[in-house]
Design a protein around this ligand. Structure first.
Ligand code: T4K
Length: 412
């Protein structure tokens, strides 16, 4: 418990958490289960190229998500690249700038041009209304991102895309086990893309999957992810080695066994964050789950621009306390080279994206955490915001060299 500004670790006090709390905590099944699974892989001497575990994971995912096809690949970024090739996208793709770089970088790897769309201030996703004015004769597709697990409205976007003869795909990297209108993410648009990175609730160290209900598209995906196309005879010009290994699939299958349990744990932590944030003025909690089913893997807050402390100052203080909050996503992709820079771009204003990039903070939530730790995170935040002017003076003083203040690490 902090009683004075001097108790803050940034100014020489004892850090609240001796072992830092991260966002993106690992969700790990019991080690013996890994051992058994890996022993089987070594016994079979079959390590990759669509082995039995990858095929089982494909089938189990498809069943769980209620789709005809789930096709596992090496990671979520490759999944997006494969999606572009399988859909034969050309020229321009409309995409939010408020996303992880991979969403946009995959388009560049496929030789496509990203056209950045602003997001809805409440949902933080693109909408049909925001997309429509950006459509030109060069547009071939719309790529929505189900940010934090909250799905874009798939029906209105599909209606728009069908009217303009555009493909519709979704980056569902955050959205395994999440619903829109009670329907599970996985079967929306032409296809959807998942990430099973280690930091995701369903992790296979690195990994990802594409899901679709379209048989012909599924064949094209299988060809695009396997350089010589022997898997299917679909003609796809752009191909890559995007195969998932048996080791990744083993981890993914074990994680799938625990998905419900981990979602329930996250839910409890999420609601405690929500409760604590709700009692603090100047802080808004993004309830991305709302009434939908969610994996609850992210705690996202927005800070009022009028607070005595900026988002980045608060983050600096929290980091010194062992609370490694992240500025996902800063800067927006429209301000990230080679797509843009930090200078204002009056021709392509994305005011909501800019505001979210400046004020959003993601707080730790996940495995190994309990609600008492969530409370302790909020006690530090409450102290800082409640003593904003004093903390601000101490920060200014430290900047002028009068007091020690730990530098912030370079990560966003
Ligand atoms: N689309 C969207 C919307 C995405 O968010 C992502 C990835 C993708 C596409 C692409 O999917 P993949 O190609 O990655 O499958 C992390 C993840 O690496 C990335 O998968 C994720 N989104 C993104 C939101 O977060 P970084 O570069 O910020 O990760 P890093 O290494 O700073 O890790 C975040 C925190 O997790 C750290 O503070 C510590 C903790 N951590 C991390 C790792 C790797 C651990 O505790 N253990 C670990 O092994 O991207």
């Amino acid at each position: 418990m902090k009683a004075s500004v001097g108790d803050l670790a940034l100014f020489g006090g004892v850090p609240e958490f001796a072992t830092p709390l991260h966002v993106g905590q690992l969700n790990l099944p019991p080690f013996e289960d890994f051992e058994a699974s890996f022993r089987d892989i070594f016994r079979r001497r079959f390590f990759t190229n669509h082995g039995p575990l990858v095929r089982t994971l494909d089938e189990r995912l498809a069943r769980r998500l209620g789709v005809r096809h789930a096709i596992c690949v090496a990671n979520g970024t490759v999944a997006l690249m494969v999606a572009c090739a399988a859909l034969d996208l050309r020229d321009e793709v409309i995409v939010p700038a408020f996303t992880f770089p991979a969403t946009v970088q995959a388009l560049s790897w496929a030789g496509l041009t990203a056209v950045f769309c602003d997001v809805d201030p409440y949902a933080q996703t693109i909408t049909a209304e925001l997309v429509e004015p950006l459509i030109t004769e060069r547009t071939s597709a719309v790529l929505g991102v189900h940010l934090w697990g909250r799905a874009c409205d798939p029906d209105r976007l599909l209606d728009l895309c069908r009217r303009y003869d555009l493909k519709l795909l979704f980056d569902a990297a955050h959205a395994i086990d999440c619903t829109f209108g009670g329907r599970l993410v996985g079967g929306f648009g032409d296809l959807e893309v998942f990430s099973f990175h280690a930091t995701k609730i369903l992790g296979s160290a690195e990994g990802g999957a594409l899901t679709t209900n379209d048989d012909e598209l599924a064949a094209r995906i299988r060809t695009a992810r396997n350089f010589h196309g022997a898997e299917t005879f679909a003609e796809v010009a752009l191909r890559i080695n995007g195969k998932m290994s048996e080791a990744q699939a083993a981890m993914g299958l074990l994680a799938l066994d625990h998905l419900d349990e981990w979602g329930a744990r996250n839910r409890e932590l999420y609601h405690r964050h929500q409760q604590r944030a709700g009692s603090l003025s100047g802080v808004s909690f993004l309830d991305h789950a709302g009434a939908e089913r969610s994996n609850y893997q992210y705690c996202v807050i927005g800070l009022d621009a009028a607070l005595d402390l900026s988002r980045d100052e608060l983050r600096q203080i929290l980091e010194a306390e062992g609370i490694h909050a992240r500025r996902y996503f800063f800067p927006g992709m429209h301000r990230t080279p080679p797509y843009g820079d930090m200078s204002a771009d009056p021709d392509r204003p994305l005011p909501v994206t800019d505001r979210l990039c400046a004020l959003t903070l993601q707080l730790p939530l996940g495995s190994g955490m309990d609600t008492r730790q969530v409370n302790r995170i909020w006690e530090v935040i409450e102290f800082c915001l409640g003593h904003g002017r004093d903390v601000r003076r101490a920060l200014d003083s430290a900047r002028q060299g009068n007091r020690p203040a730990r530098p912030l690490t370079a990560t966003s």
